[in-house]
Each structure stands twice: as C-alpha cells, then as structure tokens.
Design a protein around this ligand. Structure first.
Ligand SMILES: Nc1nc2c(ncn2[C@@H]2O[C@H](COP(=O)(O)OP(=O)(O)OP(=O)(O)O)[C@@H](O)[C@H]2O)c(=O)[nH]1
Ligand SMILES: [Mg+2]
Length: 243
C-alpha cells in the first residue's frame, strides 16, 4: 500500500524543511512507499524555496502552489485531489506532529481499519506547550461532539488523521474551506460507518512561526460543520451504505 502525506503550509519557512526531512527519514527507515504533497498557500516567506530545494534531491515530494483565495480547507482539498496513494494522512507543517505517529497510523490501516484518528488525550499521548485557553476550548468542543455523535473519538478537531483513499472518495463533496475541514472529514467518515480506530499521538506546541487558527473566527464555522455532519448521520441511519 502506498501512503500519501498531505501537508498544508503557509509561511512555515522555519519549520517546513525539518518537517519534510523528519518524515522522509522515518518512512525510508520503515520501507513504506510514500509521497509527500506540500500545499503552499501564498506564503510570503521562503517556504517555497525550501521545499523546491528539497525536491531536487527527493522525488517523493510534490509541491502545490495555490493561488488566492487561501484557506486551510481549500489547501487540504487541493492536496487530497492530487493523492496517488491508497492511504492518505494529514500532517501539519509546523513540527507539531510526531513523524513516528505516521508509521503507527499507517500500520493500523494495514491491519484493516478504514480510518485512524490520532488523539492527544489518551493514555500514551504526549502533549507539550498546548496554549491553556485553546486546550479548554478544545476539550469543551470535543465533549460536545462526542455526546452528539455518541462516539469514543475524543480529539476530532485535530487534523492528524489517516484515511483509506476510498473513504475520501465516499465523503465527497467536502464543503469546509477553513480549519473546519478538520472536523468535516472524520465526522463524515463516522456518519458513513467506516471502521475507525483512535490511537494516542504526540503533539508539540509551535516553537517558531505564527499561528493561523483563530478560534474566535472559526467557532461558528466549526459548529455549522459539526451540525451538518450530524444531520447527515441521522439521514444516513437506515440507508445501506454503498462501499
Ligand atoms: N496551505 C495553507 N496552509 C495553512 C493555512 N493556514 C494554516 N496552514 C498550515 O496548517 C498547519 C496548521 O496551522 P497552524 O497555524 O499551526 O494552526 P494551529 O496548529 O491551530 O496553531 P498553533 O497552535 O500555532 O500551532 C500549518 O502547517 C500551517 O502552515 C492556509 O490558509 N493554507
Ligand atoms: Mg500548529
């Protein structure tokens, strides 16, 4: 099975090179066939230059340079459209995710799961430097989602998740244009009863660069996306799901 990593990047010159090199080191060691699709959105720093340099020596890297309008969701969607692997994993470009967790997720898919959801809030997870206010809002939002969807998945809002490519095909059309895509993908997969597992992952707070997520701006969009997926779940309840 081939793995496609989709990594969005906007002004990540301090982190993107290291992110890519760490992924390459870990996946080469494991002997996994893979590609890394970096989706750049109008970066005004040297993000493109760094990725382009690495591309000279690593043919596994693909670069998508998006034009405006930008947006995390738009970038992820463009990345997903270019995937050639059987499995796709979404990994941030700011060194917040642990490349060793990529291998763990991929192995779970190999075991037969359709989706693997990374959770920072399970026994075995390590979380460093999570901003306290963001953490509070995260726990509140995820508890709400858990109650609404009656699911054990407790970190739906985190992007670090892996899907069989067929799952991505079955949850089209993807609507979210911004960070709300992080909840749309897993919730739609849950609504369609794809077989998922949650595993503990590590997460490290950003050490360099600027955060692009404003919880205040995104709150309503997240809520809308969650409720939309919940409605879908209700409507799909008695239908036979065509796989
Ligand atoms: N292509 C693209 N990438 C984006 C956009 N917004 C954010 N990203 C990338 O998405 C990833 C996550 O964004 P962050 O700014 O780290 O959001 P966050 O993790 O909630 O915030 P931090 O707590 O600061 O890490 C990073 O790799 C960003 O470079 C965008 O509009 N387009
Ligand atoms: Mg981040």
């Amino acid at each position: 099975m081939k793995l496609s990593i989709v990594t969005p990047a906007h002004n990540e010159e301090d982190c993107i090179g290291q992110t890519i090199c760490d992924i390459i080191t870990v996946l080469n060691k494991e002997g996994i066939e893979y590609e890394i699709i970096v989706v750049n959105d109008n970066s005004t720093d040297n993000t493109i230059g760094i990725v382009a340099d690495l591309m000279k020596t690593h043919s596994v890297i693909k670069l998508i340079n998006r034009q405006k309008p930008s947006g995390f969701g738009r970038a992820i969607k463009d990345g997903l459209n270019q995937v050639t692997g059987d499995v796709v994993g979404i990994v941030m470009g700011d060194l917040s995710d642990d490349p060793r967790d990529i291998v763990k997720c991929f192995r779970k898919i190999e075991e037969g799961y359709d989706c693997v959801f990374g959770s920072r809030f399970m026994k075995g997870s390590v979380v460093k430097d999570y901003p306290p206010l963001k953490l509070f809002i995260n726990r509140l939002a995820n508890t709400f989602i858990q109650v609404l969807f009656l699911t054990r998945a407790n970190d739906i809002t985190n992007a670090f998740k892996f899907y069989r490519t067929k799952v991505i095909r079955k949850i089209q059309p993807i609507q979210a244009l911004y960070f709300n895509i992080t909840v749309e993908l897993p919730l739609k997969a849950i609504a369609r009863k794809f077989k998922f597992v949650q595993i503990p992952i590590n997460w490290y707070g950003r050490k360099s660069g600027v955060s692009k997520l404003s919880v205040k701006e995104m709150g309503r969009k997240y809520l809308f996306t969650v409720l939309y997926a919940w409605l879908e779940k209700l409507l799909l309840k008695d239908e036979i799901r065509d796989r």
